[in-house]
Design a protein around this ligand. Structure first.
Ligand SMILES: Nc1ncnc2c1ncn2[C@@H]1O[C@H](COP(=O)(O)OP(=O)(O)OP(=O)(O)O)[C@@H](O)[C@H]1O
Ligand SMILES: [Mg+2]
Length: 380
């Protein structure tokens, strides 16, 4: 059914669409009383060089890739929920004098300008009033999000070129929290501090969550592309071969140097070790920063575990390596290991295998049902 016909009959069907710099990911769900049934999921390689710093440069090529992905997975939809992330996206919890939503809307650009280094006119911004500050009735907690206007606009435009309506633009960290935590509350009702680390191709996003409450999110410029580059440069390979070698990496050889039977097995792990250690130091720094921000007198909350997602979380031996380096539990995210999601039996194996990469798209797909009100558009 065409998008226009479907919307005429009020049958809006959405997909969660995660536009990454390396891969497009899409998830579609059907809401049932107790759970979401995953009816479709797909991924598709992004055209090379089509995105830079989260801004889509080659809009035709990306629109073509989205169309191709939807077609090959037989996904039909009228709209998509999108997201943004990365070092240029600002996500801050701030306190402001108590005011109405309307008053906040008026002063939004002024308030946001205090937290955004980019030109405020080049930014899309959104606010959400979280609630009153506990000890001061004159103040309120507000979530501020902002992203470069061209990042938001280029994504909306590309999606609209495919004939889908861009229904909302969310923040990746919120989408991930929605699918992993909000859809699995029982597991996260202990108030513990956890770090969700999404390792994509262009950046790694660290999101700290206390129980089921959002803490902070931060981007680090070390991720899959950095590892591929290190392998490419140190072993003098082309990109395709370096990518292939990366998928064969087993980081356990770094922990037990004597364990490798094949002398070549240590080459690629050694090539990425220093940059990986640098990334882990940055992850640790984000956690330390958050712990140091806790109210005076309170003991810093210990980190209970790290949950890995994104394509590079599939780096062989990454969880044990991080566990050894950071001294904390580390596991791979499995968004479908929750009673909130059920899959058709024939799709289950594929979904579970790809689960670390589908968390964001799944969180976008369920957004209309578990709405968090912060939505970025370019009009504010
Ligand atoms: N088995 C594997 N081992 C290591 N890395 C892998 C493996 N499979 C895929 N990758 C890497 O995963 C990355 C793609 O992951 P993902 O789809 O999460 O990225 P993305 O969302 O497109 O990137 P970003 O969010 O940073 O823009 C690529 O860098 C790719 O090399
Ligand atoms: Mg990504």
């Amino acid at each position: 059914m065409s998008a226009i016909l479907a919307s005429l009959f009020g049958k809006e069907t959405l997909i969660g669409l995660d536009i990454g710099s390396a891969y497009l990911k899409a998830v579609q769900v059907e809401a049932h009383r107790e759970s979401f049934r995953v009816t479709r999921a797909a991924q598709q390689k992004m055209p090379v060089g089509a995105m830079r710093d989260g801004v889509i440069l080659d809009r035709d090529a990306v629109a073509g890739a989205i169309r191709q992905m939807l077609k090959s997975a037989s996904i039909s939809a009228t709209g998509a929920v999108l997201s943004v992330s990365g070092p240029t996206v600002v996500v801050r919890q701030i306190t402001l004098p108590k005011m109405t939503e309307a008053a906040l809307r008026k002063s939004a650009r002024y308030e946001a300008s205090k937290y955004i280094t980019a030109n405020i006119d080049d930014s899309a911004i959104a606010f959400d009033i979280i609630g009153p500050v506990e000890d001061d009735p004159n103040l309120m907690n507000v979530m501020l999000v902002a992203a470069p206007r061209d990042m938001v606009e280029s994504r909306i435009d590309v999606v609209e070129r495919t004939g889908l309506e861009a229904v909302a633009v969310d923040i990746e960290a919120f989408a991930l929290q929605r699918s992993l935590v909000d859809c699995n509350r029982m597991r996260y009702n202990d108030g513990a501090l956890r770090a969700f680390v999404d390792m994509g191709a262009s950046h790694t996003e660290v999101t700290l969550v206390i129980g089921s409450q959002f803490g902070l999110t931060r981007s680090i410029n070390i991720a899959g592309d950095t590892f591929t580059d290190a392998i490419k440069n140190q072993l003098r390979l082309d990109v395709a071969e370096a990518e292939r070698r990366k998928t064969e990496v087993d980081l356990n050889v770094l922990l037990n140097p004597g364990s490798a039977t094949d002398p070549q097995a240590g080459e690629a792990p050694r090539a990425i070790q220093s940059i990986l250690d640098e990334l882990l130091r940055e992850v640790r720094r984000s956690i330390n920063f958050y712990q140091s921000q806790q109210p005076e007198g309170a003991d810093p909350k210990p980190l209970a575990e790290i949950i890995l997602s994104g394509g590079n979380a599939q780096l062989g031996g990454l969880a044990p390596y991080m566990m050894a380096r950071l001294g904390t539990e580390v596991r791979l995210a499995d968004v479908f290991d929750s009673t909130a999601f059920e899959a058709a039996p024939e799709a289950e194996a594929w979904l579970r295998e790809q689960a670390p990469r589908l968390g964001i798209a799944a969180g976008l797909a369920v957004k209309e049902h578990l709405a968090t009100p912060v939505v970025l558009n370019t009009k504010l």
